[in-house]
Design a protein around this ligand. Structure first.
Ligand code: WTA
Length: 651
């Protein structure tokens, strides 16, 4: 935590109260939920758990808190797939559409709750046929197709924990995660459609198996694109063959409220990703609650769309678990927003009559660049609530979203949360909160956030480090296999508090402004990437002696990965070598972690104690216009670094 929170905004004094037409129909419009939660937050969450979910056995204790270990809804038993599927079908809503799915090439599938339940039951029997049992882990590496939520829900039906690996990750990333989680099975597809072409997945899994993931016994492959991948006899199985044989009789097994639901790996400040653990009752309570109130959900009539990828926590909580627990109809889309045209999202919204859109600031900035004429081609009048997540939203992007997508009258919910928090934590409630462009506003009812300074003293006005001062239901329960790292990473910086890793500011009106990470984690297009992880991948290239990575500022992606490298003795700096080094990171970690720019330098500025002066490197990166290329260290860069080093008092 070398960098203090940086002030990035001018004072923003525009305010947007909830429009009267919106409050007239909103799920909540006053402070009553906040008052209730402030009076007794455990009782508040207990009420939500009982009202929003169906329990096989009621819980006896709401919260057992032995810092930093929480157990929520102790003694309670429930099943996630039952809550997401069976109970809606039993209540006569089996014909309701769960997903309007659209593939990138334009193919469409409409799946009702009844049909989804049948598929989930069948796939849970497939899992059982591989000998998988409660407590086992499986890895899922899939495109955005319906088999993905089906596989996840099938796991929850029998208590198997899934670990979804984003489809853009590399074979090495698959290996690391499978080894750490001791995954017994990988569920994948031959490929998925990206920008008009089939992007292979199964061959990457095969590479992973060659590198070695000894716990993996079987691989299930969905035939999405007909690319005819190699199949290993006895190990690889086609999804459609298994499903053709599978019975659709599979009772939902009641699980302990604290049964492990899933692992999701995320980048921290070291080279090794952390397996964030989420459990059953508390997680489902908070995602169902936030999905209902933050998006003002009307399950009977809404067509909700979270345009994220299920490979990230946003997709877990707000494409799969929250929306299905609430029994709503969602849109799910496989591909990229510019295929076949730059109006793909707006076209989808118009055709399905989407009522809520949940996307990321990076996407909004890209839409701004593409121009307002793209959304103007379509009727977006069905939209009611606009959401954003993943990184701070700059006021310009907020205003553009408000004007061009929201027609100046839809509330925007800027939701701050993390893989670790499981669900939304700081966000407006659309019928209650007067918003300010760029502010996530306030913690939700039942969540308590405070800023602290370097000494851990609470800050009530101005900048500080964001902490959460009380446990919350969907909090991570730990880091898989590393209790000490859990304690160390989140609970040791400030006594008794969860340290989020973000800087923030409280304004005079008590509004929170998130200012970005204060540790060595970069946020590129809303994705968390560790500088250390990229540095390890850079020095893994035989020509690289030393590397330093910083997040430079980028107009569209928020931050961009800039790598400074020193070459080993005999290697000559060249454009080709730099490009090769960039590609090497892409292969090691996946394309999303490939540096935008690699700068070959003769030396790196260091403090007397030998620490790389990242802030200086960031300044240098930000002061230059860097393209998607290699930049050789021209004397300019070197003297710039030298001059900055001379004037810097960093040590
Ligand atoms: C950042 C994504 C500002 C933050 C759900 C956090 C945000 C990290 C916001 C978590 C927001 C997420 N405003 N910053 N509304 N939402 N962040 O784990 O730095 O992929 O720590 O979870 O994203 O990223 P993660």
């Amino acid at each position: 935590m070398s960098e203090p929170a940086i002030e990035v905004y001018e004072v923003e004094d525009r305010t947007f109260p909830p429009p009267p037409a919106f409050t007239a129909q909103a799920n909540t419009t006053d402070s009553s939920l906040y008052d209730e939660a402030n009076a007794d937050y455990e009782a508040f969450w207990a009420r939500q758990a009982r009202e929003l979910l169906t329990w096989n056995t009621d819980f006896s204790t709401t919260l057992e808190w032995e810092l930093p270990f929480a157990k929520w809804f102790v003694g309670g038993e429930l099943n996630v797939s039952y809550n997401c599927l069976d109970r809606h079908v039993e209540a006569g809503r089996g014909d309701k559409v769960a997903f309007h799915w659209e593939g990138e090439p334009g193919d469409k599938i409409t799946l009702t709750y009844d049909q989804l339940l049948t598929e989930v039951k069948k796939f849970s029997n497939v899992l059982k046929s591989f000998g998988l049992e409660k407590g086992d882990r499986v890895a899922i590496y899939m495109p955005m197709i319906l088999e993905l939520p089906i596989a996840m829900l099938a796991c929850t039906r029998i208590g198997v924990a899934h670990s979804v690996i984003f489809g853009g990750f590399s074979a090495d990333a698959i290996v690391d995660r499978c080894i750490d989680a001791e995954a017994r099975l990988i569920i994948t597809a031959d490929a998925g459609y990206r920008r008009g072409a089939a992007a292979p997945l199964k061959p990457t899994v095969d590479q992973a198996m060659e590198i070695g993931a000894p716990s993996v016994e079987n691989i299930v492959v969905v035939d999405r694109c007909g690319t005819d991948p190699a199949m290993v006899d006895g190990r690889d199985h086609w999804w459609h063959d298994l499903m053709a044989e599978a019975s659709d009789n599979s009772p939902a097994e009641p699980m302990d409220s604290e049964q492990l639901l899933y692992l999701l790996y995320t980048s921290g400040t070291t080279a090794k990703p952390k397996g964030i653990m989420h459990t059953t009752g508390g997680y489902l309570t908070q995602v169902a609650f936030t999905h209902k109130y933050v998006f003002d959900l009307k399950p009977e009539t809404d067509i909700y769309w979270c345009a994220a990828d299920i490979g990230w926590v946003t997709g877990h909580s707000y494409i799969v678990y929250g929306p299905l627990a609430n029994g709503c109809t969602s849109v799910m889309y496989e591909g990229t927003p510019d295929t076949p045209g730059k109006d793909r999202l707006w076209d989808i919204i118009e055709r399905y009559g989407v009522t809520q859109l949940y996307t990321a600031p990076t996407a909004i900035r890209m839409f701004m660049k593409w121009g307002a004429e793209e959304p103007q081609k379509h009727d977006l009048s069905t939209l009611r609530v606009l959401g954003t997540v993943g990184e701070p939203i700059n006021p310009e992007a907020w205003m553009w979203y408000h004007e061009h997508i929201g027609g100046e009258e839809r509330p925007i919910v800027d939701t701050w949360w993390q893989t670790e928090t499981g669900g939304n934590m700081i966000t407006p409630l659309p019928g209650v909160t007067t918003t300010k462009p760029g502010s996530a506003c306030h913690p939700i009812p039942g969540v308590f956030a405070e800023l602290v300074d370097d000494n851990g003293e609470v800050v009530t006005n101005g900048g500080g480090y964001l902490t959460i001062s009380k446990p919350w239901p969907s909090m991570l329960r730990g880091i898989w296999g590393d209790e000490e790292r859990y304690r160390e990473t989140y609970w040791s910086t400030y006594e008794g508090r969860y340290f989020a890793g973000d800087g923030a500011k409280l304004d005079d009106d008590g509004y929170l402004w998130l200012l970005g990470r204060v540790d060595d984690v970069m946020n590129v297009s809303g994705h968390r990437i560790s500088t250390t992880e990229v540095e390890s991948a850079l020095v893994d290239h035989p020509a690289v002696a030393e590397a330093a990575v910083v997040g430079g500022t980028d107009e569209i992606t928020g931050q961009a990965i800039i790598g400074y490298v020193i070459l080993r003795g005999t290697h000559e700096a060249s454009q080709e070598l730099g490009d090769e080094i960039r590609e090497h990171v892409g292969v090691k970690l996946g394309k999303i972690a490939r540096p935008k720019t690699v700068i070959i330098v003769p030396d790196l500025p260091k403090t007397r104690s030998g620490k790389i002066m990242r802030r200086l490197l960031r300044d240098v990166a930000d002061g230059r216009s860097l393209g998607d290329t290699t930049t050789l260290a021209d004397p300019g860069v070197v003297s710039e670094i030298a001059a900055k080093a001379a004037e810097s008092d960093e040590d």
